[in-house]
Ligand binder design. Structure first.
Ligand code: GLN
Length: 487
């Protein structure tokens, strides 16, 4: 009697799957077949997957099995499946940033992060849905349609990396690449009960990341746990000659984190009580394990969202100027050049992207620049200094990720201000350039996931991830799957 191929349990982390592969309990080919099956069924059902690459992925898995048989594996990610967000370029498939203006765009080149991961043996299995040009917090602005939250399909998965987080929240074995400009890996990770990490700005090359706000953007992993994110970061990080702003940072040999500050603004009246209570309980668990918890205030948080809106839209208006239907982007025929630009940009961009381009152009325009853009840069300095100051007294900050639980699809999409309110606790990390880790820390009374956030000093990425791993050894929130993990 032949036994069915044995595959790891659905909640298995990348680390656990690596051990399965190492002990020959399953082959990379079986793993990739099983994962493709998940992507094609549940992944597509919830709208998280835009395309899959079955042939190339199977061929890559077979090569991984051959390397393993020859004792020549390329590292711990050899044979592990991953996906990339639609705004990260890949040699295979399309990279349209979920925008009609780039519909069908084939980059024919891997982003540096993707290239490094493939060189380490990881297997690209598909592309994940996201908000158009990564602008959004609900994954409702994509030309590929809305993504549903796997924990309650009538609700949003968060955004903009909604597809990536929804996949990580509903199945193990793999990791996913998303991006974070103002919270786009952390807020969807919190909404879907996944672990998402935004590195220090510059730590990971942005080559191949379709630009939104260049001084804020980072490519990020989202996976089952902090250790998986660390493994992925280790492969992606480091200077890349194709991105002059990328850095090689060493933080590895320093002491583990032992003192954490609760940020009082993260527990104010604007924050859902159940979320505040869950994050405070997490702080209590850390204290039980010997981590010293102090409380500190970051008063500039109040101004952070306005500051982010000015800087992010200003940078977006400049970055998106290239999509004019002539140099780049879908061209609409028109009677003259001016109306060709206008029609191409009007039809190609969705309403949220157009709103941001208009706002960004306004804040940079003569007569308003000083009042908005220059002032926002000054506020950015204050936010950075405020965080640096608190981090002189402790090693990390702890606060919730989102002020509220995942909300119903459609509830906020026509109310930009209500949507921007999602970002109040996340944008400070991008403005200050510091690393930030989102970890699941429980569920509310309706069974919706709650996430907490750790932020550290610039360059302390691995220390932060090590604290995340330690905390996940003490707790099991990150193991939960929707439907109790039923296949
Ligand atoms: N939600 C934020 C926004 O809409 C963040 C987006 C992001 O990080 N890409 O701008």
């Amino acid at each position: 009697m032949s036994s069915p191929p044995s595959l790891p349990p659905r909640d298995a982390t990348v680390g656990e799957v690596t051990r399965w592969l190492g002990e020959h309990r399953c082959s990379a080919r079986q793993l990739i077949d099983g994962y493709l099956d998940f992507l094609e069924h549940l992944g597509r059902e919830i709208g998280a997957v835009v395309e899959t690459f079955p042939e190339q992925a199977r061929a890559a898995a077979d090569q991984s099995d051959q390397r393993r048989a020859a004792g020549e594996i390329l590292g711990p990610l050899d044979g592990i499946p991953f996906t990339a967000k639609m705004n990260i370029t890949t040699e295979q498939g399309t990279s349209d940033a979920s925008s009609s203006i780039l519909k069908g765009f084939r980059a024919h080149e891997d982003a540096t992060a993707v290239r490094r991961l493939r060189a380490a043996g990881a297997v690209l299995t598909g592309k994940s849905n996201c908000d158009e040009f990564a602008m959004g917090a609900s994954n409702e602005t994509s030309c590929h349609g809305v993504v549903s939250n796997p924990w309650d399909r009538s609700r949003v998965p968060g955004g903009s990396s909604g597809g990536a987080a929804a996949l990580a929240g509903s199945h193990g074995w793999a990791f996913h690449l998303g991006s974070d400009t103002g919270g786009s890996i952390r807020q969807p990770a919190a909404f879907c009960s996944a672990t998402g990490f935004k590195p220090t700005w510059g730590r990971v090359s942005r080559r191949g990341l379709i630009a939104f706000g260049s001084s804020l953007d980072q490519i990020c992993p989202v996976a089952r746990d902090s250790e998986d994110c660390r493994q992925v970061l280790q492969v992606m990080e480091g200077h890349d000659p194709l991105d002059a702003t990328s850095l090689t940072l060493d933080d590895e040999t320093v002491q583990p984190i032992s003192r954490v500050a609760l940020v009082s603004e993260g527990f104010g009246p604007a924050i859902d009580e159940q979320i505040a209570t869950a994050v405070q309980a997490a702080a209590g668990q850390m204290a039980d394990q010997g981590i010293e918890i102090i409380e500190r205030s970051l008063p500039h948080i109040e101004a952070a969202n306005a500051c982010y809106q000015v800087i992010a839209t200003a940078e977006a208006s400049s970055n998106l100027a290239r999509y004019d239907g002539v140099h780049v982007g879908a061209r609409e025929s028109s009677k003259d050049l001016q109306s060709l630009y206008e029609t191409s940009r009007h039809r190609g961009f969705g309403s949220e992207v157009r709103r941001r381009i208009l706002l960004g152009t306004f804040v940079l325009s003569a007569g308003y620049r000083e009042a908005y853009y220059t002032r926002a840069q000054a506020v950015r300095d204050l936010i950075r200094e405020g965080i640096d100051q608190v981090l002189e007294e402790c090693d990390a900050l702890l606060l919730p990720v989102s002020p509220f639980a995942p909300f119903p699809i459609g509830e906020r999409i026509d109310d930009p201000i209500a949507l921007y309110a999602c970002d109040i606790l996340t944008v400070i990390a991008n403005l200050a350039g510091v690393p930030a880790l989102a970890l699941p820390c429980g569920f509310d009374a309706s069974g919706l996931p709650i996430g907490m956030q750790l932020m550290g000093a610039r360059g302390s990425d691995h220390r932060l991830l090590e604290l995340g791993s330690r905390w996940q050894q003490w707790t099991d929130h990150h193991r939960a799957l929707p439907d109790g993990g039923a296949a």
